[in-house]
Design a protein around this ligand. Structure first.
Ligand code: ZN
Length: 464
């Protein structure tokens, strides 16, 4: 059967099975699989069982609810496509907590369909993608009895609680996970719901600065004017972390930053984005950041350093005249390729210790780190994804980055050495992690059709 005819048959099948597929999607959304709350442990297990059951029914093989030490990973595969490449697919079946519950129009685990959307916790992030992937495989199996490419699926249950056990599980199952490419489905479209492919994620380095002065808080009248105040010393250190142009004033900080290419800058420049709307949305009257770069470039493709928290001395109501014994700050950097969290931590630690004034003791502790990720716009698997998106959604997809981190995406790169394509379909106004989360049903159906096409197109174009 020629490719287009096969696609027509698949599309017709998807049209026919729409109601049943929606019923399944609603059913998984009823399970409150909140991974961070221990009281929902059984629900996470139930969601894993549901996903495993649907994977089995779709005709996938070696379906397993694999123990990780935390909530299980659902693994499944289908490996009968001979010489075709093997794709590792990732999604997660766990969800965020639902508070503040009072802001939900309807209970978060009682899905409702309204105005072309399905509302429920997890409707977008990330049960939509988990179900799309299973239903795409099911459509191929039901109409053709086979898939055009080899697939391994990893559906995680701890993404929203830090993926604490995933790296070790990937490491331990390296042999079973061998593939040519990872497709991570946990991202979405851009402003105005324009189709988009996310090609970059920033990494992170999180640390704490502790400054200690006198052994105990002391009277600021008796001792003031004779001692270095740890809070003032910390303020001095923090104020010196950026220069007047908004650059991070730490020697070596930018050494490993891969410069933006002309193509990448052009792609970002053509995105529909307005500084004025961005400011209005945030309620600020000016933007700030590293000179020489646009807002989107600074947000997605340049590294940052921020103070996340700062505390010292007396913070109660009224007055208390002390020189505090200690001062503390939490700081973090968003990292871009090819910055390495450990190296960045050491550069900042060396800088802070060098500029710290005498009279206080300063200490830095690394709390956690995650690597950045960048997939080339020119990677054949990205190009093919763009073609499939255009075919289904009618518009040329945009290439975007995400300022935040999806640590697992970087793990597929760093632990398994796989190129990563971030293929996701959620609308920008999906309220993920917030009350009244929703998924557009046209994005859902379009996403499903894109995945169905992607497997065939990848098999034809990706060299194993
Ligand atoms: Zn997610």
């Amino acid at each position: 059967m020629p490719a287009t005819e096969a696609i027509n048959v698949l599309d017709a099948y998807l049209d026919r099975t729409r109601d049943q597929r929606l019923t399944d999607y609603v059913e998984v959304l009823r399970i409150p699989s909140i991974s961070t709350l221990p009281e929902h442990s059984n629900d996470c297990r139930r969601a894993a069982e549901f996903v495993a059951g649907r994977a089995r029914a779709a005709g996938l093989e070696h379906v397993e609810i694999a123990d990780t030490g935390g909530h299980p990973v659902v693994y499944a595969d289908w490996l009968h496509a001979g010489d075709a490449p093997t794709i590792l697919v990732y999604g997660h079946y766990d969800v965020q907590p639902v508070d503040p519950l009072g802001l939900w129009v309807k209970p978060p685990f009682d899905p409702r369909v309204e105005h072309g959307r399905i509302y429920a916790r997890g409707a977008a992030d990330d049960k939509s993608h988990v179900m799309m992937h299973i239903q795409a495989a099911e459509a191929w199996m039901a109409t053709r009895g086979s898939l055009p490419i080899n697939l391994r699926y990893v559906f995680e249950g701890e993404e929203e609680s830090g993926s604490a056990h995933l790296d070790a599980w990937l490491e331990a199952n390296r042999a079973k996970l061998s593939a040519n490419l990872a497709v991570v489905s946990d991202t979405g479209f851009f402003n105005g719901n324009l189709p988009a492919i996310t090609v970059g994620l920033r990494g992170i380095m999180f640390a704490q600065i502790d400054v200690a002065g006198p052994d105990i808080d002391v009277h600021s009248g008796t001792f003031g004017g004779t001692l270095r105040n740890p809070a003032t010393a910390l303020a001095h250190v923090i104020a010196g972390l950026h220069d007047a142009e908004g650059r991070i004033a730490v020697a070596g900080f930018y050494d490993d930053v891969r410069p933006l290419t002309r193509l990448e800058r052009a792609e970002m420049a053509r995105l529909p984005f307005s500084d004025a709307e961005y400011m209005a949305g945030l309620g600020v009257d000016a933007l700030w950041g590293e000179g020489g770069y646009t807002t989107l470039e600074r947000r997605w493709a340049r590294p940052t350093l921020d103070v996340n928290g700062i505390w010292s001395g007396f913070t109660g109501v009224g007055a208390k005249t002390i020189i505090p014994a200690q001062a503390h700050a939490k700081i973090s950097c968003r990292l871009v390729p090819d910055q390495e969290p450990g190296r960045i931590f050491r550069a900042i630690r060396d800088h802070v210790l060098r500029v710290a004034p005498p009279g206080v003791r300063v200490d830095l502790t690394l709390i956690h780190g995650g690597r950045p990720l960048l997939t080339s716009i020119d990677h054949p698997a990205v190009r093919v994804a763009a073609t499939c998106l255009r075919e289904v959604f009618g518009d040329e997809p945009l290439y975007i980055r995400e300022g935040g981190s999806i640590p697992v995406a970087a793990s597929f790169d760093s632990v398994l050495g796989l190129p990563v394509v971030l293929l996701g379909f959620t609308p920008p106004d999906d309220n993920e992690h917030a009350p009244n989360e929703s998924m557009r049903l046209d994005n859902y159906e379009g996403g499903l059709r894109t995945v169905v096409r992607y497997w065939e197109a990848l098999a034809a174009s990706l060299v194993r």
